[in-house]
Structure formats: C-alpha cells, structure tokens
Design a protein around this ligand. Structure first.
Ligand code: VAH
Length: 325
C-alpha cells in the first residue's frame, strides 16, 4: 500500500491533490504537510519547512513514505519580488527530497517523487505555438530559471542514481477551492470573482495574451496518471509538456459574458505582461499522450461553467446566471 507525503499541501495544487490522493488511496495513507497550520483540515497533517532536510527525512521515516509530492515553491510574480529567496526555496526544496530519495534507493527502500515544473521554464526564444517537448528554453524569471534547473536536476538524479522522480510542466492552473499564490496566470481566477460580484474586471494582461492553461481537475488527473504509470513507460525524466486549453483574456471574458452578459472587462497591462509574453501560447503534449495516456478533458466553456457554478455560492451578492449551469 502506498504511503504518500504531500509537501506544500496548503497551496493551490497541494490542497486539491491531498483530496484526490485521499479518495484514491484512503486518507489514512496520505500525510499533508506545509510550513503553517492544517489550513484545509487534512486527516493527517505535519508541519514541515521544505528547507529542513532533517525533519523531511524524519517524517518520511516515521510514516514509512513511499511517494512524495514536493510542491512548495515561490511562483513567477512573488519570485521576482524576492529572487534569492525563490532560488533557495525552489532549488534547495527539490535537492532535499532528491537527496533523501537517493539515500533511500541505496538502502533498498525506494521513494517515488513528483516535482512540478512549469511553462515558465520556456522563454522568448522558445517556439510559442505548439511548443515541443524538447526545444530552446531561455526563461526570464527566477521562477522559470529554477524550474529549468530543477528539470535538469531531476534528469541527473534519475540517470546517475536511479531516483524515480517524475515531473509535469504545468500550464496556468485554474481552480476555485483555494486561492492561487502569486502567479502571472492568476488573472484567470480573479476574473470569475469580479464577474460574480458584478464588478468590471481590470486585467493586468493585454487582451491578446494567449497562454496555456489547465483546469484543476485535469491537472490533478495528469499528475496521478503520471505517478501511477509503470516506470518503463516514463521516457522523459526532465519534465513532461501537458496541455489543457489555451486562451487569452478577451476569449475568457467572452466565454464568461455568454453566461453573464453584463460582465465588463478593461485592460491595463503591468509588469506581468512581459513575463506572460515570454511564455508559450500553446503546448505540444504528444509525448505525455504516448507515454502514459494523457488527454485533456476540460475545455474553455466547461471550465467557465464549472467555475461560475462553484464560486457563485461563495459570493456575498450572487448574480443571476443566464444559462442553467
Ligand atoms: C505562475 N501559475 O503564474 C504559475 C504558473 C504557468 C505559470 O507556473 O507563476
């Protein structure tokens, strides 16, 4: 039976991954951990600073952990405000778990590790449309640089030490259960809250800024599909491209207006525009499809319906939704 540790369990992905893994394996087999308190009421929770390697090793030993999801990181916007902190957290957090996995493999009790990369690992020289699995990568943010370096570390630890570490280059992830944490793509979540409050949304990206995005249910499914696949099927040990749905703020606003015709948006690009402009517009994820059966399921309209339906009850003054969701 798997024993799973989720590091960064209070974050946007972690909070939902704990729920999905608990449903799949049983809550008694999933230990949530983060630097603060048990914000989402996980059945089993431990406080853990991802930079505390000794505590990490102690928890892995105590709970007889077989799988670790290392999600703790500073994202693209918060990373630019504290680049050295972002480098340390993102890189040392990964190195700590890779070193523990290396030692566990040597001791004959292997760990399987998941670590998230991002489309932020690409840059302005990367082919922007249908970005290939293997291509030019010249990230311009400290977050993207740490993700590119992390991908190289994952591949190094696999080939040199046999560590079974697996990774996905996540697009911008859209969800309603927990707030995003300082990313360039966060507009695609804030827009729904503004629309349901009846507010005009001021978008910090230009109307034509197309980015690869993915709905949380697809992101979680891709993650568990990858982690459950037999090792022999995993032919990419840096990080897999995984595509969901690509759109720009204007297309997203139009999809929302089909349900809320009165919704208004205006555009005031800020410093985040340069970050978004350095990223791809769409991804080629044929390798993930071929290796472990990945296929996106949630398109723009279904995502909009689901977000509006699930955020609406949370609003102080819910608006009448034009279409029965
Ligand atoms: C960010 N949401 O905006 C994250 C993501 C694709 C970008 O890694 O920084």
């Amino acid at each position: 039976m798997e024993q799973i540790l989720v590091i960064g369990a209070n974050g946007q992905i972690g909070s939902e991954l704990v729920l999905a893994l608990s449903a799949q394996h049983g809550a008694e087999h999933v230990i949530a951990s983060d630097i603060g308190g048990n914000l989402h009421g996980a059945a089993q929770y431990e406080q853990l600073d991802v930079l505390d390697a000794a505590r990490m090793a102690q928890l892995i030993e105590r709970h007889h952990i077989t799988q670790v999801y290392q999600l703790a990181a500073l994202l693209s916007v918060t990373g630019e405000q504290a680049p050295l902190r972002a480098w340390s957290l993102n890189m040392d957090g990964l190195l700590n778990i890779l070193e523990i996995a290396r030692k566990r493999d040597q001791a004959g009790t292997p760990l399987r590790v998941f670590w998230p990369s991002s489309i932020a690992a690409f840059g302005p020289s990367t082919p922007a449309v249908a970005t290939p699995q293997t291509t030019i990568m010249d990230p311009t943010t400290i977050y993207g640089i740490s993700k590119l370096a992390g991908e190289r570390l994952c591949e190094y630890y696999f080939h040199k030490f046999g560590v079974d570490v697996r990774s996905i280059r996540y697009p911008g992830i859209i969800s309603y259960k927990s707030p995003p944490g300082g990313g360039t793509t966060d507009y695609a979540i804030a827009i729904f809250h503004a629309a349901l409050q009846g507010d005009c949304y001021q978008c910090y990206l230009g109307p034509d800024t197309t980015l690869p995005m993915i709905y949380m249910s697809d992101a979680i499914r891709a993650t568990t599909l990858l982690m459950d696949a037999p090792a022999a099927q995993i032919r990419v040990r840096s990080s897999y491209n995984v595509a969901g749905v690509s759109f720009n703020p204007q297309q997203l606003a139009q999809a929302i207006q089909r349900v809320l015709p009165q919704f208004e948006i205006r555009y005031a690009p800020d410093e985040r525009q340069a970050i978004a402009a350095s990223w791809p517009q769409s991804l080629d994820d044929i390798q993930a499809c071929a290796d472990w059966g990945w296929q996106a399921q949630v398109g723009l309209e279904q995502m909009v319906d689901d977000m509006l339906k699930n955020i609406a009850p949370l609003q102080t003054k819910p608006l009448k939704l034009e279409r029965l969701l």
